[in-house]
Design a protein around this ligand. Structure first.
Ligand SMILES: [Zn+2]
Ligand SMILES: [Zn+2]
Ligand SMILES: [Zn+2]
Length: 275
C-alpha cells in the first residue's frame, strides 16, 4: 500500500492566509516543507481520500491524474476535506471524455448529499454520490472500506478503515478520540492496522479541553490503547498529520525530530510512504 500525502494542513492552510502569528511567519520564511496545503491523500494511484479546495493545485504540483481516478472517499463536509464545486467540471464542455468514460463516484456519509445534490443533478451520467452507513463494509474500487463514526464538528463525519487486500490503513481525519462502538467494530471485524494516520491538529500539546481534534498526549494514549487491545500489526507505522498553525509546534523543519522521538512520522505535502 502506497500513501501519498498531497495536503497536510487544517482548514485555513499553514501559513494561514490572513495570519501573522509566529508559526505562520516562520512557515513563510522557511518555505519548502513548512508550506502545508489543505487535506488530501492519494492511496496507491487509484483512490483519493478527501478532495479539498487545494486539489487543483495538488494535481499540478504532484501530477495527479484525476481524469483517471474514479473513486473519491470523503470524510466530512469541511472545506479542507471537501470542495464539491470542482465537480461542476466533470462533463462537457469542461471535460471532453469519450462517452464510455467511467463514472466519477464520491463516497461518504449522507450529509454530503446536501452539498453535492446540485452538482450531481447537473451531471447524472458522469457523477455519482454513494451514501455509506457507519460500521458497514463497502467495496470502493478494489478496496474494502469501513466508515467509522467520528467525533467532529459536522452532522455525520466519518473516519475510515481502508483495506487493499494486503494492508490495512486507519485514517483518523478529522476527529477526537474514537467512540467505544468503533473499538467494537475493530473487534467484530478482526481489524489489525499496518498504518495509522492520526489527527495532530493541536501538535505537541499534552491535553485538550475540547473534542473534535487531537494532540500528542491524546495520540500517545490512543496508540497505547490500540496496542494493548491487539489492534496493531507488527511494525505498524504511526503517522502524525493534519496540522494547524494554532497547534503547538506544527512546522516540519523545526519540529519533525520531536515527533520522531515519540515514534510518530510527521507528514509534509508530498510525503510518500509504502507499507
Ligand atoms: Zn480538517
Ligand atoms: Zn498563524
Ligand atoms: Zn474538519
Amino acid at each position: 500500500m502506497k500513501i501519498r500525502y498531497l495536503g497536510t494542513a487544517a482548514a485555513e492552510g499553514s501559513p494561514a492566509l490572513f495570519c501573522t502569528c509566529a508559526s505562520c511567519m516562520q512557515a513563510r520564511a522557511t518555505g519548502g516543507k513548512d508550506i502545508r496545503s489543505r487535506s488530501e491523500t492519494l492511496l496507491n494511484d487509484d483512490l483519493i481520500i478527501d478532495y479539498s479546495a487545494d486539489a487543483y493545485w495538488h494535481g499540478l504540483r504532484f501530477n495527479v491524474p484525476y481524469y483517471n481516478i474514479h473513486n473519491y472517499l470523503i470524510t466530512h463536509a469541511h472545506s479542507d476535506h471537501f470542495y464539491p464545486m470542482d465537480f461542476e467540471n466533470v462533463d462537457r464542455p469542461f471535460a471532453k471524455n469519450p462517452d464510455d468514460w467511467p463514472l466519477f463516484t464520491l463516497h461518504g456519509s449522507a450529509d454530503l448529499e446536501e452539498e453535492l445534490i446540485r452538482v450531481v443533478e447537473k451531471h447524472p451520467e458522469r457523477l455519482v454520490f454513494r451514501a455509506m452507513e457507519a460500521y458497514e463494509t463497502y467495496d470502493v474500487g478494489r478496496y474494502k472500506v469501513t466508515p467509522l463514526r467520528a467525533r467532529h464538528g459536522t452532522k455525520n463525519p466519518f473516519n475510515y478503515v481502508i483495506q487493499d487486500g494486503e494492508k490495512t490503513l486507519l485514517y483518523l481525519h478529522d476527529g477526537g478520540a474514537p467512540f467505544e462502538e468503533t473499538y467494537e467494530c475493530f473487534r467484530k471485524n478482526g481489524f489489525k492496522f499496518d498504518i495509522i494516520s492520526y489527527d495532530f491538529t493541536e501538535g505537541l500539546q499534552e491535553k485538550l479541553d475540547y473534542d473534535g481534534h487531537m494532540c500528542m498526549g491524546q495520540n500517545k494514549e490512543l496508540r497505547a490503547y490500540l496496542k494493548e487491545q491487539g489492534f496493531l500489526n507488527e511494525g505498524c507505522i504511526h503517522i502524525a498529520n493534519h496540522f494547524s498553525h494554532g497547534g503547538l509546534c506544527t512546522n516540519w523543519v523545526e519540529c519533525h525530530e520531536l515527533y520522531e522521538k515519540e515514534d510518530f512520522q510527521m507528514t509534509y505535502d508530498g510525503l510518500e510512504i509504502e507499507v
